[in-house]
Design a protein around this ligand. Structure first.
Ligand code: GRF
Length: 313
């Protein structure tokens, strides 16, 4: 049984979705624990509930701080609490690009409409003004596109004749509380599937300058434009039963010493072994992603044309 995911929740107000996530995490078989509730509003009522339930909290008024600086404070708290996934629950702050990139694929938001309809604020007023007969709630991955990231789940809610924005909001909120814990559980539970591992490798590899991807002998390969391949994602290659990342070591000597030092993590890739590539297992249950990022960067540098490598690092 792999370790449970460690969920950090960001709130600005009531925190009823935070409460729903928290109590769901205390049911048997939850694949995540809530380890931190953080807020840009020290008066957010949800903070008191989290504290009363024994959850670590962090609150800091965002006013007067540049966005990226405030996000760095939040990020430091998430890192300190060893958070693996982030749920935004009524967090009324736009996030800086750096923060969004750092949590790509691991940060979700809930929105009180059936996205892509009615993004932004004043959602229920907009639903009623449009004469919609159905509304709902949507959970999506957070990307730089506000309320526009990939949709992970949605629940429909009927609009009742005579609804006001307040009555509709209250009913949609019931649906949100059912939907959010379910989708978060699915997301964190799927973190070790080959698809999720590839998505994570891809987001790190393609964040490197001039990096691009194409299939190579059936494996996703990452290369520097105008340069060479610097990484391959290998899944059950020729039925070896292994999911791993192949990157360039300095040569066969380093390859051998890495494998000797940590034979559970490193392996000699069957086909690229003689040229000094090293395999790093991604199927160990717990991946050290900073370590993977470090190897990708190093391998990228070894593969990039000199002018580019010199320019960037
Ligand atoms: C919810 O309606 C959520 O969809 C939206 O903000 C509201 C937060 O409510 N993003 P709460 O703080 O979780 O009670």
């Amino acid at each position: 049984m792999p370790d449970k995911a460690r969920l950090g929740i960001l709130i600005s107000g009531t925190g009823s979705n935070m409460a729903a996530l928290l109590y769901a995490s205390r049911l048997p078989d939850s694949p995540y624990d809530v380890v931190l509730v953080a807020s840009n509003n020290p008066a957010a009522p949800g903070l008191a509930l989290a504290a009363a339930e024994g959850i670590d909290t962090f609150a800091r008024d965002h006013r007067g701080l540049p966005r990226a600086e405030f996000d760095a404070l939040i990020d430091a708290e998430l890192t300190r609490a060893r958070v693996t996934h982030v749920a935004l629950a009524g967090y009324m702050r736009l996030l800086s690009d750096g923060f969004v990139a750092r949590w790509a694929g691991r940060m979700v938001n809930i929105h009180p409409s059936l996205l892509p309809a009615h993004k932004g604020t004043h959602v229920h007023e907009a639903v009623l003004a449009a004469g919609d007969t159905v509304s709902g709630a949507t959970v999506h991955l957070v990307t730089a596109d506000l309320d526009g990231g990939p949709i992970l789940g949605a629940l429909r809610v009927a609009v009742v004749p005579g609804d006001t924005p307040a009555t509709l909001a209250a009913r949609v909120l019931h649906a949100e509380h059912q939907l959010y814990p379910r989708v978060v559980a699915e997301l964190v539970g799927s973190a070790t599937t080959p698809e999720a591992l590839l998505a994570r490798v891809r987001s790190l590899a393609l964040a490197l300058p001039e990096a691009d991807e194409k299939l190579s002998h059936g494996s996703p390969g990452f290369f520097v434009r105008g340069g060479k391949f610097f990484a391959y994602f290998s899944h059950d290659h020729h039925h070896d039963g292994v999911t791993g990342l192949l990157v360039k070591a300095s040569g066969v000597e380093e390859q051998a010493s890495l494998i000797e030092r940590d034979p559970d993590l490193y392996y000699r890739p069957a086909y690229l072994g003689p040229s000094g590539w090293i395999g790093i297992r991604l199927d160990t249950g717990e991946v050290d992603w900073d370590h993977i990022d470090g190897w990708l960067t190093r391998s990228w540098r070894a593969s990039a044309p000199k002018r580019l490598a010199a320019m960037v690092f």
